[in-house]
Design a protein around this ligand. Structure first.
Ligand code: 15L
Length: 270
């Protein structure tokens, strides 16, 4: 069994991944705070990814890394810079120094959130971040590309939509990702023999998607869950997600308008 480091193991998505990947890999869990307990084939290494020595110790001897650690929504610059820019840089640098071959980078839909929902975008679409958080994910994608080209650290960047047991609103019907479909993508990223640097979208089989996920399909991804199964219940209660025109128009929803909208028709937002 491969030994895989899971950063951000104590978070919501990390908790889903522990359950989904059980028995498939030996998991080395890391987080800033201690975890309650480890299961069979799990070990815990406490690490703050802003501390390079601690990060190297967490990475030493693993075959691959699932990098979920960091701040997962919009925040002030200091928070995003520390957790997502410095943390992700240290992680990649530790992977290079310790010889970890493959990294799964949890990118986000917010790296491309300024695209309109009517635009179908794919893995070749350049970032169009909707927030400092989205910018940090675009940075992570570029960092992955640099480390693949220059140092041979291979990466799959997953532009994750919204992970949960079911989609929670109209926008999430387009970007929903079930835990087992995320696990399938992660396993492809870790085990596919021919990955150097890839971008895929982290979504289930969503009929209302605005993403062309043919790159994931090419790599063997066959999502098992469909957001349409929840359509009736969601559409019965919700039509707008954000309560404003621009947020409902853009893929990133209210990350786009957060801090930006006094006047939703501001030219910069169009
Ligand atoms: C993300 O990237 C966030 O980590 C998550 O908390 C959600 O806000 C999600 O995007 C989303 O767009 O729904």
């Amino acid at each position: 069994m491969k030994t895989i480091l899971l950063t951000g193991a104590g978070g919501g998505v990390g908790t889903f991944m522990r359950a989904e990947l059980k028995g498939r890999y030996k998991l080395r869990l890391s987080d800033r705070s201690p975890l309650a307990e480890c299961g069979p084939d799990e070990e815990f290494v406490q690490a703050d990814l802003t501390d390079m020595d601690a990060t190297r110790k967490a990475v030493a001897g693993v075959d691959g890394i699932i990098h979920l650690g960091g701040y997962s929504v919009e925040a002030d610059w200091d928070t995003i810079h520390t957790a997502n820019f410095i943390g992700t840089y240290n992680l990649y640098e530790a992977a290079r120094l310790e010889g970890a071959k493959r990294v799964i980078f949890a990118s986000s839909n917010h790296a491309v959130g300024f695209h309109e929902r009517t635009n179908t975008i794919d893995h070749t679409t350049a970032p169009r971040p909707d927030s400092r958080y989205g910018l940090s994910k675009a940075f992570g994608e570029s960092l992955s590309s640099l480390y693949a080209d220059k140092y041979g650290v291979e990466s799959m960047c997953i532009r994750i939509g919204n992970v949960g047991t079911e989609p929670i609103d109209v926008r999430r019907m387009s970007i929903w990702l079930s835990p087992r479909d995320l696990a399938q993508l992660v396993c492809i990223g870790l085990d596919h023999p021919d990955i150097k640097y890839e971008i895929v979208y982290g979504m289930s089989d969503n009929a209302r998607s605005w993403w062309d996920n043919s790159n994931a399909t090419r790599l063997g991804y066959k999502p098992q869950d469909k957001s349409e199964d929840f359509a009736e219940q969601i559409l019965a209660t919700k039509t707008s997600d954000t309560g404003n025109l621009i947020g409902d128009l853009k893929q990133g929803g209210d990350f786009v308008t957060f801090e930006a909208v006094d006047d939703p028709f501001k030219p910069g937002l169009k």
